[in-house]
Design a binder for this molecule. Structure first.
Ligand code: AQP
Length: 327
């Protein structure tokens, strides 16, 4: 089985974008691949996090992985910070990374633009991400467009290390999911739906109550027309809602268009809200069961054991090759 590694940041509440773009695919991948799914808490602190919120969100993301259908027996589910090899290899990778490479990263430019003080971790984060991937000899890394540049750096660093210290790392490939849907914000279809957006009306959180979901969708920005037509260039907001509909209701774009022909946006939005609620309600039910069961820490401790075994083996090999005294 090919090995897959992926993670999400506990930098807010997971959204429908995270579900459609990533989590839904994780659940399928665990059947065919050897999967490592992390909660990347060390990445979340590249921007300020309040301690109590970080803890709650980390547990919440892990519980949502399970609630969405990730089976901790089939896949290794863990918190990045519980496997200390990540921070350690992250440092070793940082020393192999050139400033110029990090300066070219568009995500850093975007996230630091206009900010008065920017943490150094935001700058060096791609080296830590390389460590995350290389520790597990991952074959495939599911990435959205925004992560392609970071994965390219990971590949460069792996090759650089292998060239300098001898064949050690597998060169990972990017894996673009079949349905790579990029879900856009409900208030601005030029921005992706993001869990850290300060406007809660811009996203649907996976834990939003049904009435909140209905309200958010009814308030979602559309246009002054009334045609439910998929036309991203001219009707980006409506097209985004149609995309979401196809993902939660297993319908094609053409089916959705036909269904609401001549009806305006009202009935379309209403049904879309119900389709989203139909997906979220059982997920939220499982989420509550998992949180109430008190089993989460045990599951994460098991995941940590499995992950650490692999990661520490790799770290030892790397340190030996670099010339550290390994005792
Ligand atoms: N809007 C989206 N549409 C489709 N997929 C998305 N992903 C994120 N937003 C969308 C996918 O979710 C996974 C988790 O990504 P992450 O937690 O590492 O952070 P992110 O991509 O930066 O996600 P957010 O929600 O926008 O977080 P913040 O606001 O903290 O930056 C990834 O696989 C991503 O592709």
């Amino acid at each position: 089985k090919l090995r897959v590694l992926s993670g999400m940041q506990p930098s807010g509440q997971l959204t429908l974008g995270n579900y459609i773009g990533a989590l839904k695919n994780y659940v399928k991948l665990q059947i065919t691949h050897d999967c490592y799914f992390m909660v990347v808490d060390l990445h979340a602190i590249t921007v300020p996090q309040e301690p109590a919120a970080l803890k709650e969100q980390s547990e919440s993301v892990a519980a949502l992985y399970l609630a969405a259908g990730i089976d901790p027996k089939a896949a290794t589910v863990f918190l990045q910070s519980t496997v200390s090899a990540h921070a350690e290899l992250g440092w070793l990778m940082t020393t192999l990374t050139y400033m110029g490479e990090l300066e070219r990263m568009t995500q850093f430019k975007d996230k630091s633009a206009g900010k008065e003080s920017v943490g150094a971790g935001l700058f060096t984060y791609p080296s830590l991400m390389a460590a995350d991937i290389l520790l597990y000899n991952a074959d495939l890394v599911p990435v959205g467009d925004d992560q392609k540049q970071h994965l390219e750096l990971t590949r460069d660093l792996a090759q650089r290390f292998n060239g300098k210290f001898g064949e050690t790392f597998k060169i990972p490939q990017g894996y673009i999911p079949e349905v790579g849907a990029r879900v856009m914000s409900l208030d601005d279809a030029s921005k992706k739906m993001s869990k850290s957006n300060p406007n809660a009306g811009s996203y649907i959180a996976l834990l939003d109550a049904p009435d909140v979901v209905r309200k958010k969708i009814s308030r979602a920005v559309t246009d002054s027309g009334r045609e439910v037509k998929f036309d991203p260039a001219n009707k980006p907001e409506v097209s985004n809602l149609i995309s979401i509909y196809t993902q939660v209701a297993d319908k094609t774009i053409a089916e959705v268009e036909t269904l609401y022909e001549g009806q305006g946006y009202g009935p379309f939005k209403k049904d879309l809200a119900e389709a989203v609620v139909t997906v979220l309600e059982p997920l939220q039910q499982r989420y509550r069961e998992i949180r109430e069961s008190g089993e989460l820490h045990r599951i994460l401790a098991e995941g940590k054991e499995r992950a650490a075994e692999q990661a520490e083996r790799m770290l030892k090999e790397v340190k030996t090759k670099m010339g550290f005294v390994v005792l």
